[in-house]
Write a protein that binds this ligand. Structure first.
Ligand SMILES: C[S@@+](CC[C@H](N)C(=O)[O-])C[C@H]1O[C@@H](n2cnc3c(N)ncnc32)[C@H](O)[C@@H]1O
Length: 285
């Protein structure tokens, strides 16, 4: 293989390798990897496309491309993922925030706006990188933002993101609502918990192989954590306050049934842009 003589040629070479590896967006990812290898943004890469890459730029690009060819998620290689309006640092300690979760953020903002209190207390259960609570705090700075996670490593990542963004969020470690005393209540509770069945073969494919299993898989065929949250949140919601849950595309019916059984009112599910029932909302009686 000829050594690429220009940045443009190196970009084409990366694109060809990513395409050959069967990746879905080889053009976009090649640009991102070349940007990371050279420290140049996209417009500079275009403007300087005829410049010769240095030997170390070529080596870095090759090393990053090899990691992607081996299946490592692009977000882990770059150490970053865009979510909502935020640029978040991500690592192997936390779930890579997904675009589907922006529906949950959108609905949580509407729920916050429906609150009459000046400083609604908003809780994010299983915060991971902090994606949801940071998006909410960025959009509605008046909220009192609280988030929990069982994983100390994920919480470290979430705190680092909050610090980098200058957003004030209280992070607490513990299993679901265990960090709270009985009667401690919120105006809105939101969660994107693990919801994949432990025996789902997708866990051993693609990006999921590189993400923490405890952020993805839940007992009872994937419904166990959703059920725990549904059962325990009424004690921590103010009367009339909503619970908003993200879940799998085929779990809406079970989630609605459990919410109704526990006494939630106005239970309804909402579709993501792909037409899947992805978020279910209920109001504490
Ligand atoms: C699907 S990830 C969601 C992360 C983040 N909220 C997002 O949307 O990108 C689920 C998160 O729940 C956390 N988690 C799993 N089991 C938990 C438990 N029993 N108590 C608290 N957090 C838990 C995981 O560590 C993980 O960060």
């Amino acid at each position: 293989m000829e050594t690429p003589a220009t940045l443009d040629a190196l970009l084409r070479e990366l694109r060809r390798r990513l395409q050959a590896a069967g990746l879905e967006e080889p053009g976009l990812e090649a640009r991102l990897l070349l940007g990371a290898a050279t420290g140049l943004d996209t417009s500079t890469l275009i403007a300087r496309g005829l410049d010769a890459p240095t030997a170390s730029q070529r080596e870095r690009a090759d090393a990053l491309c090899q990691r992607r060819e081996a299946g490592e998620p692009i977000a882990h290689i770059l150490g970053r993922r865009a979510f909502w309006t935020l640029d978040l640092e991500v690592s192997a300690a936390c779930l890579i925030p997904r675009p589907e979760t922006e529906l949950l953020v959108e609905r949580a903002i509407a729920a916050i706006d429906a609150c009459e209190r000046a400083h609604p207390r908003v809780l994010d259960l299983g915060t991971g990188s902090g994606a949801i609570i940071l998006a909410l705090k960025a959009e509605r700075p008046a909220i009192e933002a609280v988030a929990t996670d069982r994983s100390p490593d994920a919480l470290r990542q979430a705190r680092a993101n909050a610090d980098a963004l200058g957003l004030d969020v209280t992070f607490l470690q513990g299993t679901w609502l265990s960090p709270f005393t009985p009667g401690e209540a919120f105006d809105v509770i939101v969660s994107n918990p693990p919801y994949i069945a432990p025996n789902d073969p997708h866990l051993n494919r693609g990006d999921l192989r590189f993400e923490p299993r405890e952020a993805l898989a839940a007992p009872e065929g994937g419904l166990g954590d959703l059920y725990t949250i549904i059962d325990t949140t009424p004690a921590h919601l103010l009367p009339g306050a909503p619970l908003l849950l993200e879940h799998g595309f085929d779990q809406a019916r079970d989630v609605r049934a459990r919410m109704a059984q526990v006494g939630y009112r106005e239970v309804r599910s909402l579709c993501d842009p792909a037409g899947h029932e992805r978020v279910t909302i209920g109001t504490r009686a």
